[in-house]
Design a protein around this ligand. Structure first.
Ligand SMILES: NC(=O)c1ccc[n+]([C@@H]2O[C@H](COP(=O)([O-])OP(=O)(O)OC[C@H]3O[C@@H](n4cnc5c(N)ncnc54)[C@H](OP(=O)(O)O)[C@@H]3O)[C@@H](O)[C@H]2O)c1
Length: 253
């Protein structure tokens, strides 16, 4: 039986590229209306809209900016009557080792990562859970990372942002259950997208690939299909879960 999101109104952040783009395509194929959020790549978002249909509106917002988020949610409320599923997918990753750069640079990168990867989902959850509560419920799915669990020595801001997002997801699963709002996290290992490209093009590629006994990294579609499963009906009791999607590259206890 095919997973159905017929009649559901959804918002996918970072739908212009990578995992978000695959999620949007899976959701549209399953019958959902998908708000395609982008930050800087309007052309990429427009290409996706051309591919899946203009019943899927574009929404622009810099998720590191709380005012821009509020405007994006207000813009969306003009075209969508409700939001049944929010996928907090957009994120940033860069390598910035401690004591390898200036203190000013360290501050700036930490700030940008935490604002985008953590405060973006936190603020969207604040605004959209209020709408979901009024409409009788909804689902929120946060894309975190394997990096939340195993430490990221070269990207400590990224690991910390994703660990905090896991914790936030679990807190919200508890806080919002009474409003019929279900909150999940998925934690991928390496996925074949722009985010991983520079490392996969480097001499580190083979060591990254061989982290999994499957001897490959994930495709964006594999992450998207798990998120589609969570977005559909009858997964409510999974609320509060963190689903590992890392090809057994990191088996946490
Ligand atoms: N790829 C991996 O190996 C991997 C592994 C584990 C977890 N993840 C997580 O999966 C999610 C998607 O990653 P990806 O690999 O698909 O990344 P990607 O290909 O680099 O795409 C990133 C997306 O995030 C958006 N974005 C970046 N900064 C933003 C900002 N300030 N405000 C709003 N949107 C912003 C981008 O929008 P524009 O293009 O429009 O600017 C783009 O759509 C992220 O949360 C990432 O941490 C990825």
């Amino acid at each position: 039986m095919q997973t159905s999101l017929n009649g559901k109104y959804t918002l996918v952040t970072g739908a212009s590229r990578g995992i978000g783009r695959s999620i949007a395509k899976e959701f549209a194929r399953a019958g959902a209306r998908v708000a395609l959020h982008y930050h800087q790549n309007k052309n990429a978002a427009l290409n996706l809209q051309n591919e899946i249909g203009d019943e899927h509106p574009l929404v622009q917002a810099d998720l590191s900016d709380s005012k821009a988020i509020e405007k994006g949610v207000n813009d969306l409320a003009q075209v969508f009557p409700r939001i049944d599923v929010l996928v907090n997918n957009a994120g940033v990753f860069w390598e910035k080792e401690i004591n390898q750069h200036s203190y000013k640079d360290w501050q700036q990168k930490w700030n940008q990562t935490i604002q985008t990867n953590l405060m973006g989902p936190v603020n969207l959850t604040f605004l959209i859970s209020a709408l979901m509560k009024k409409q009788g419920g909804g689902k929120i799915i946060n894309v975190t990372s394997r990096g939340a669990f195993r430490g990221e020595p070269k990207a400590p801001d990224y690991g910390a942002s994703k660990a905090a997002l896991n914790s936030f997801s679990q807190s919200m699963a508890l806080a919002l259950a009474k409003d019929n709002i279900f909150v999940y996290a998925v934690a991928p290992g390496w996925v074949e997208t722009d985010m991983a490209k520079s490392l996969l093009d480097s001499d580190q590629a083979q060591s990254i690939i061989s982290q999994s006994p499957l001897d490959r990294i994930a495709s964006p579609e594999e992450i998207a299909r798990t998120i589609l499963f969570l977005a559909a009906d009858q997964t409510e009791y999974l609320t509060g879960c963190i689903i590992d999607i890392n090809g057994a590259s990191y088996l946490r206890s």
